[in-house]
Design a protein around this ligand. Structure first.
Ligand SMILES: Cc1cc2nc3c(=O)[nH]c(=O)nc-3n(C[C@H](O)[C@H](O)[C@H](O)COP(=O)(O)OP(=O)(O)OC[C@H]3O[C@@H](n4cnc5c(N)ncnc54)[C@H](O)[C@@H]3O)c2cc1C
Length: 500
């Protein structure tokens, strides 16, 4: 029996563990032991079910991610395999609307905006979000020639440089920064577009204009919807998907399906050593050790660095150069009849230029049906990010006060509305920043770890922070090791397929 030690029980580590179990179930002599430093599995995925303090129902509070991108297959595949596909929850798109704060006032995101590119003329022409000079500058995007890039050459450009070059500064400050930079909680002046949204670069080259590219993409989506309408009884396919009982339902089921008896929690891996038998020994924080034939390090990059350094300096140096920023989500529940503002929206984005502590707010109980009992409301605010790390020094009580007061000033929350309960979730160094040169760093990490037998790295710090990307990276790490052991993935039906 060959054993893989998996370090880290976030979705990437669990994705790896579940794949090893699938390989074992088709007769391969492989097993895993997973070690997670926290008492809880799931990493950044954390759902708390809070009983309604003033009634019968319950609130479903996601402290980290609240959804995944529907178009990416990995989470659906796992949901299907673990029997929770029917628990997937689409957004309530009948109430889909996003507000953007601009010069102190809320403006509705114009209909037809894809990423930061308008694709419908009338909503764009009539929005108060942009000034007329700003709109004219954005309209000129149609005529700006694409950047000359030699075939095979990587266009390393920041989000800021790209958006300003194509659409103008106003589009960056009022739309692209809060929308696109916000997904990564990143600074657009440092963020590598090739590492985060390569599709935008491809679109520029293919269509010569982003707006032309997005108009074509919108027409294709509309055409697909006409051709393949939702069948009666089928759930609508919305842009984002969650689970009826919150995102942790997914990682809980992954842990069950992989085998919790092979997972140790509340203990960290402090270091790795080679064994005389050619395998690996992981030394744990409680003084014990686990021996295995291979290791997958599925932790944050900064946690992987000291473990890897004795084995490969260059990988460790590349890991140090993946900066991570801290953030927090603060959820506050209210009685619906007290809030005093229109709840028919998914949330509010606050551009950096507005100088607010709040980066964004989600109207969780509007976006996701069933997140709050009838007559109650669940709102969640984000603070932190690379431009406001100081806020993370504040106590939980202060963070609640800050977000509550931002809800009053920005959303128009009634001054007398009393919180039913509050929850603060802190994510210290929880968001990797894909800065310029990120792809080269990841290539170096992959190339060098490919040369170290029985070692692989996985997780959201490398090739995508989105949950489906993290699952796939855990699975890829297992594939690397099984292939080294001469196991044919396709022959054993343990390669990844679309299951839905
Ligand atoms: C506030 C927030 C909101 C987000 N929202 C979304 C969203 O809506 N949709 C989306 O797709 N993505 C979202 N993301 C990103 C996504 O959550 C992450 O990219 C993803 O969860 C990372 O998974 P992971 O398994 O790579 O890492 P993690 O979840 O960080 O897991 C790594 C694990 O390794 C453990 N560990 C570290 N060191 C050791 C050690 N020495 N020994 C043992 N264990 C160790 C840690 O305790 C941790 O549990 C969000 C992130 C944050 C912070």
């Amino acid at each position: 029996m060959k054993r893989i030690i998996i370090i880290g029980g976030g979705i990437a580590g669990l994705g790896a563990a579940y794949k090893v179990t699938r390989a074992a179930s088709v007769g391969q002599k492989v097993e895993f032991i997973l070690v997670e430093k926290d008492l809880r599995l799931g990493g950044k995925i954390l759902t708390e079910i809070v009983p309604d303090p003033s009634g019968e129902g319950k609130f479903i509070v996601d402290g980290g991610p609240d959804c995944f991108l529907t178009e990416k297959p990995a989470c659906h595949r796992i949901a299907k395999l673990t029997g929770i596909f029917d628990d997937e929850l689409p957004t309530d798109d009948s109430r889909r609307k996003t507000w953007i704060l601009s010069r102190g006032k809320l403006h509705q995101m114009p209909d037809g905006v894809m990423m930061f590119a308008p694709t419908k003329f009338i909503p764009f022409a009539t929005t108060g979000l942009f000034s007329w000079p700003g709109k004219i500058r954005m309209g000129m995007e149609f005529f700006i020639p694409p950047k000359k890039v030699a075939p095979g050459e990587l266009n390393e450009e920041t989000l800021e440089s790209f958006v300003v070059r194509r659409m103008g500064r106003e589009c960056l400050d009022r739309l692209a920064e809060p929308l696109v930079g916000g997904i990564h909680a990143s600074d657009p002046a440092k963020m590598s577009l090739a590492a985060t949204f390569p599709r935008l670069l491809e679109m520029e080259q293919k269509y010569g204009s982003l707006m032309k590219g997005f108009i074509a993409a919108r027409r294709m989506v509309e055409e697909m919807r006409r051709k393949y309408p939702t069948k009666p009884g089928e759930k609508p396919r919305t842009f984002f998907t969650s689970f009826v009982n919150g995102m942790q339902h997914l990682t809980d089921r992954m842990a069950d399906a992989a085998g919790r008896e092979r997972m140790r929690t509340g203990v960290a891996v402090s270091s790795l050593q080679h064994t005389s038998a050619g395998g690996w020994r992981s030394l744990l924080s409680d003084g014990s050790a686990i021996d295995g034939d291979a290791v997958i390090i599925a932790t944050e990059s900064w946690a992987a660095e000291p473990i890897v350094r004795p084995h490969d300096q260059a990988i460790a140096d590349a890991l140090v150069n993946i900066p991570c920023s801290s953030s927090a989500t603060i959820s506050i529940a209210f009685n619906e009849n007290e809030v005093g503002f229109d709840l028919n929206a998914f949330g509010v984005l606050c551009p950096l230029a507005e100088g607010r502590a709040l980066m964004a707010a989600t109207y969780s109980s509007t976006k996701w049906p069933g997140r709050a009992p009838e007559g109650k409301v669940l709102l969640r605010g984000f603070v932190g990010g690379p431009h406001n790390q100081e806020v993370m020094e504040r106590s939980d009580e202060e963070l609640v006060q800050i977000v509550h007061s931002e809800f009053r000033d920005i959303l128009g929350l009634n001054r007398n509305a009393k919180p039913l309960f509050t929850r603060v979730f802190r994510w210290r160094l929880g968001m990797p920043q894909y800065t310029m040169g990120h792809l080269s760093r990841v290539e170096l990490i992959e190339e060098r770890s490919a040369m170290i037998s029985g070692l692989a790295l996985a997780g959201g710090c490398y090739r995508g922070v989105g949950l489906p990307n993290c699952v796939e990276s855990g699975e890829r790490a297992v594939s690397k090791i099984l292939t080294e052991w001469g196991i044919d993935l396709a022959e054993n039906h343990i390669e990844e397929k679309r299951y839905y």
